[in-house]
Design a protein around this ligand. Structure first.
Ligand SMILES: C[S@@+](CC[C@H](N)C(=O)[O-])C[C@H]1O[C@@H](n2cnc3c(N)ncnc32)[C@H](O)[C@@H]1O
Length: 312
């Protein structure tokens, strides 16, 4: 196993006890939502009171182990999101920062009522002095304007990422595998290289895989031993890019009319937005061709004509 990554098999509430106070930079927690999913261990079928107590207990431990500069992100479904907010704010007295909506384009259909297309993610910090690397998580602008920051815009709090589809190579045999691109944004924003990231409900190992590729130390807890083995295999796979991307990362700004500015921007775009996303580069190149291909060809032929007229 990778020296930077540890996965522990067992109950998070027990495993937390081995983690020192104020030692973790970032917690990415994706607990069971208590919606009767089959994780092979009945962990998702608690009574209302049991689930609230479970949430109180693990979030208390999460607060204890977070560094004063630390951040916690918690995924949650509709049934317990309002209680989770109360617990993080009122019981644990953590600082609210963001209520993020993870928007996915596909999911189960409802006949009566609206088909759910999002999960919520709460971001709380331990104090008001927390790590946040905005430049690492910006998204491309829609237009080139000299007043726009072409390094990119703040991605906002509605994040679109597709689920990892069954036909994708990186799809694991786990019922609630999260997209790597989504976790990548949390890890880049709220930790630095070499920092320690804890995922107390690590499932198929998405957070650990992201930490491995972004040079963070990752610790995962997982109750189901099969998922631990699955994670160990996943961590050995060759890396060909994260399995999902915010579609805005592939967009090419309009109005890049000045050839010098365009050339510099397009080179930067790949470094700024498509690092770790090899699969997205082809789509990006196609969009560059569609938007600017004719212009670039015309500019090249004009340049040749000018050069020729100098030597004639
Ligand atoms: C929502 S899933 C996490 C999915 C993960 N984020 C991924 O991308 O694969 C929750 C996981 O928590 C595990 N789990 C449930 N209760 C647990 C507990 N008390 N301690 C540790 N893991 C637990 C389940 O087995 C399940 O794999």
């Amino acid at each position: 196993m990778d020296k930077m990554i540890e996965i522990k098999n067992g109950d998070a509430l027990e495993l937390f006890k081995n983690i020192k106070d104020n030692s973790i930079d970032l917690i990415v927690a994706d607990p069971p939502y208590n919606l009767n999913k089959d994780y092979g261990n009945n962990s998702d079928t608690k009574s209302f009171e049991e689930y609230i107590k479970f949430t109180e207990d693990w979030t208390r431990e999460a607060k204890r182990v977070l560094k004063p500069t630390g951040t916690i992100y918690v995924f949650m479904g509709f049934r317990f999101i309002s209680y989770l907010y109360q617990i993080l704010e009122k019981s644990q007295k953590l600082n609210f920062n963001n209520w993020i909506c993870w928007y996915y384009t596909q999911g189960i259909g409802k006949k009566k009522g609206f088909s759910p297309r999002h999960d919520d993610i709460l971001m709380f910090t331990k104090t008001d002095k927390f790590t946040f690397n905005l430049d690492s998580i910006r998204v491309p602008q829609k237009f080139y304007r000299s007043v726009n920051n072409m390094r990119g815009a703040n991605p906002g709090d509605v994040w679109e990422f597709s689920h990892v589809h069954y036909c994708q190579e990186n799809r694991q045999n786990h019922p609630t595998q999260k997209p790597e691109g989504l976790i990548e944004r949390m890890v880049l924003a709220s930790s630095n290289e070499g920092d320690i990231v804890l995922d107390p409900f690590s499932g198929s190992g998405t957070t650990l895989r992201v930490c491995q590729q972004l040079n963070r130390k990752g610790i995962g807890f997982e109750l189901n031993q099969e998922y631990v083995l699955m994670t160990e295999e996943r961590l050995k796979m060759p890396f060909t890019g994260f399995d999902s991307i915010d579609p805005r990362m592939e967009r090419v700004p309009n109005d890049l009319n000045d050839p010098a500015i365009r050339e510099e921007y397009l080179l930067n775009h790949i470094e700024w937005f498509l690092k770790n996303h090899n699969g997205a580069k082809d789509i990006f190149y196609k969009e560059v061709e569609a938007k600017y291909g004719q212009k670039i060809a015309k500019e090249k032929s004009q340049k040749k004509t000018i050069q020729k007229s100098i030597f004639d």
